[in-house]
Design a protein around this ligand. Sequence first.
Ligand code: FAD
Length: 438
Amino acid sequence: MSGLGKLRVAVIGAGAAGLCAARHLLSRPDTFAPPVVYEVTKNIGGTWVYEAKVGYYDNGLPIHSSMYRDLRTNIPKEVMSFPDFPFAKHLSSFVHHTEVRKYLEEYCHHFRLWDHIQFGTTVASVTPVRVKNGWNGLAWNVTSNNGLDLSKSTTERFDAVMVCNGHFYDPYIPTIPGLEKFKGTLMHSHDYRSAEPLAGKSVVLLGAGLSGLDIAMELSNVDAKVILSHGQHPLTCPLPSGVQQAPPVTAVLDDGSLEFKDGKRAKPEVFLMCTGYNFTFPFLDEKVGVKVQEHLVWPLYKFLIPPAYPSLFIVGICRAICPFPHFHIQSQFVLSVLDGSFSLPTREEMEKDIELDIAARRARGISTRHILKLDSEQWAYNDQLAQLGGFQPLPRFWSNLYESNKVFRARDMLNYKTYNYTLLGEMEWAVHNLHGQQ
Ligand code: FAD
């Protein structure tokens, strides 16, 4: 604790991660002052706030959400939920995105978060300051603007900052030689909303991640002729009719056709990139030293904490994870660091830990761009944070159902969302309550 009484924590973003951070901070009034949650839009929910239009909001800010109209979740609600707040009972396991937004709004009501969110407020800069009485001799100046109005900026001082600004909004476009020569419609999945505008068209869809596969299925339902171009070629799971596979696009030729790695060519009407997103922290002072390189954000101890400035926390940057439970664990770990129940190692020790961890991942053949993809390792990571921070780990049910769903999805891409785990979830919840773990 700082010598200044209760710790003041700023939270940047009111998406699922920021709400979760606020929920935990508010649960500890002994140690933490009510947080200030800065949110650039007028809504909570981030990714889950569907916008039918693309480009910019009326106030000139870029549209944040990459949600598309018909999206249903790819994780069953039984384990997608925060472990202390289940989705409504009547819903089936794979819910429409509107239900997730409602769920997050209910979470906000239940944990009384609304009053702590400053809507329409953009965090423009986050700067560390050395102070005598601060937590670890450190404090943070957070400067925010009302929308785009730079003349009306205010700066507040905090003991710590939790960065929860999301990482699915700044499209990543891979370097493809000759891309400017493509004459058809070039778009990124960030701007994909529904299949109808592409009905009957020829489409090369680059990237077979979860969004790529989902969108390929939507397009096949409107008779688009889809070539799914990707690096894991060929996928062995059954794909929808009308979807062919191809290796990655390597170049765009002078006549505007796309060339694939195997030398074959196609001249589609639409080139749709489902190639993921960039991490960006435009507000973060350079001296904090957090860098983004080939989709790796580093140096961060436990993928959260820059060793030189250990009262800043970047929450939710890991990929291929079960996001809400992951935020739940990370948020509690942050609290355990700030309240002293977990004593951070020294700066040098944390730097060494990061170095060794990255080296070990590289030695296992993981390229830099995939280091943040935790996948099945997420459970050991979560358990470790819970153990270090001295709080309840996730019940095994979370990893069991999440991992099973992954297997079913890979085997049965076309139908896995029709499976239903609601009874299983209710049983788990009953056991959970019986043990008083709520
Ligand atoms: P976000 O939801 O992106 O929220 C970040 C918030 O920060 C936003 O509200 C934004 O406006 C605000 N913000 C950003 N910068 C600033 C700033 N400078 N100042 C103030 N506010 C700022 N996850 C699942 O669990 N299940 C799924 O089925 C699933 N499907 C997905 C489908 C798609 C198409 C996408 C894109 C993602 C999906 N995800 C899914 C992942 C999803 O993004 C996470 O579940 C989660 O919503 C991420 O929450 P977040 O708070 O980290 O980020």
